[in-house]
Design a protein around this ligand. Structure first.
Ligand code: HGY
Ligand code: MN
Ligand code: MN
Length: 398
């Protein structure tokens, strides 16, 4: 609730864009908390933020947990933040126990998981794991044309004494706690989800170019109306992605018209395309059809389609899934295995170290919405399972 004040919206949600003033203030709050329990805090070249509890053998690869502090524009209080704070609770519990783990334990907040200010999302985790280069990330600009590099420079000015660490440092294992963002656990009245994997996702940006002209004097035959062409493309894509089993997920969430004036024929439309499917084969087929379909519906306009992210379906290793399952059983907490339909930073850590995720239910499965909520009992249950798994792995000797 304290962190939710950073970017609080009037309807009880959160708007805390990546590297915004609100994001910086949330980090400042956590630095204070970290130092309060004798832990250190540091960043890296991509604006990822870490809190470290030193183990008895600090030279060993640490166990990492966490998620993200940035939110969607009409986001909730729990998406991402829960994983960061559950991780912080683990550090506090270790401190309070007076025990010292062999491996250090770190809590991370990945930069720009949501991808709403800077597209694509998951920049911090992808860059940390080497799936994206620093150069390509730093050059991405937001709608106001500010680059990630410029936003990171503002972060550095705001938190000048935060030491920085290299990217791709060794990690023993990464466990992320997150709300499910779907209604399965709640419907089954189970507090714990053992996440088996993450469905695939391909995102694109389409730029449709026409020509601005006078709404009253330009005859239809002379128009190059970017909005009409763009809406034709969206309708065609919707038909392409429709499936009776309702497994495919197709979303156009961002649709920017320029010059966006009532009496000017739209000269340009930029829109996002987000396609997800648990079958990588189907995702490849659908994603490969995007450009031809947009071109076929361009009419008198031009269209450019850039693929921003390509991520196939993945499975987390059975070793960490069974650790989570055993911890839930030990704690007497109902649990089930399920696939994540939402994307998470754990996707990129999965290529860097042994990785797994713990889900807890959220109210009606609603997320990316200001009404997002979770119960204290479920939040605590997830943190306890996380603590069990993190503690065991932090004492797993090489
Ligand atoms: O889009 C996603 O799946 C993530 O919640 N940003
Ligand atoms: Mn999230
Ligand atoms: Mn999200």
């Amino acid at each position: 609730m304290t962190l939710a004040r950073h970017g609080a919206t009037s309807r009880g949600g959160v708007n805390r864009q990546a590297l915004s003033a609100e994001d910086i203030e949330a980090r400042r709050t956590m630095i204070g908390w970290a130092r309060g329990i004798g832990c250190s805090a540091f960043g890296d070249a991509l604006g990822n933020f870490f809190i470290r509890l030193e183990g008895s053998r600090p030279e060993l690869a640490p166990v990492l947990t966490g998620s993200h502090l940035d939110s969607q524009p009409t986001g909730g209080k729990f998406d991402g933040v829960y994983g960061v704070l559950a991780g912080f609770e683990v550090l506090q519990a270790i401190r309070d126990s007076g025990l010292v783990p062999v491996r250090s334990v770190e809590v991370v907040s990945w930069m720009n998981e949501e991808g709403s200010r800077f597209a694509p999302g998951m920049m911090g985790s992808a860059g940390f794991a080497g799936a994206r280069t620093l150069t390509e990330i730093l050059s991405v600009r937001d709608a106001g044309q500010q680059s990630v590099a410029e936003a990171l420079a503002e972060l550095a000015r705001a938190l000048p004494d935060l030491p920085s660490r290299p990217l791709r440092t060794p990690v023993h294992s990464y466990i992320e706690a997150h709300i499910e963002q779907a209604p399965v656990l709640e419907a089954r009245r189970l507090p714990i989800g053992i996440v088996t994997g993450i469905q695939g996702k391909r995102t694109f940006r389409a730029t449709v170019t026409g020509e601005e002209s006078h709404a009253g004097t330009t005859p239809h035959r002379r128009r190059r109306d970017a909005l009409l062409s763009a809406t034709g493309m969206v309708q065609a894509l919707e038909k392409l992605c429709f499936d009776p089993q309702d497994i495919t997920r197709f979303t156009v969430g961002m649709f920017r018209v320029e010059p966006n004036a009532p009496s000017v024929i739209p000269a340009k439309v930029v829109f996002s395309i987000d396609i997800r499917h648990e079958s990588s084969q189907r995702l490849i087929e659908l994603g490969d059809a995007v450009l031809p379909l947009c071109s076929a519906h361009a009419g008198p306009c031009d269209v450019r389609v850039e693929e921003l992210s390509t991520a196939m379906s993945l499975e987390f290793p059975e070793s960490i899934r069974s650790d989570i399952e055993k911890a839930a059983a030990r704690l007497g907490l109902g649990h089930m295995r399920l696939l994540s339909a939402a994307g998470h930073d754990a996707r990129y850590l999965n290529d860097h170290c042994e990785t797994g995720m713990i889900f807890i239910p959220c109210l009606k499965g609603v997320s990316h919405h200001e009404s997002e909520s979770a119960t204290a009992a479920d939040l605590a249950a997830g943190a306890r399972v996380l603590a069990e798994v993190v503690w065991a792995r932090a004492n797993d000797l090489p």
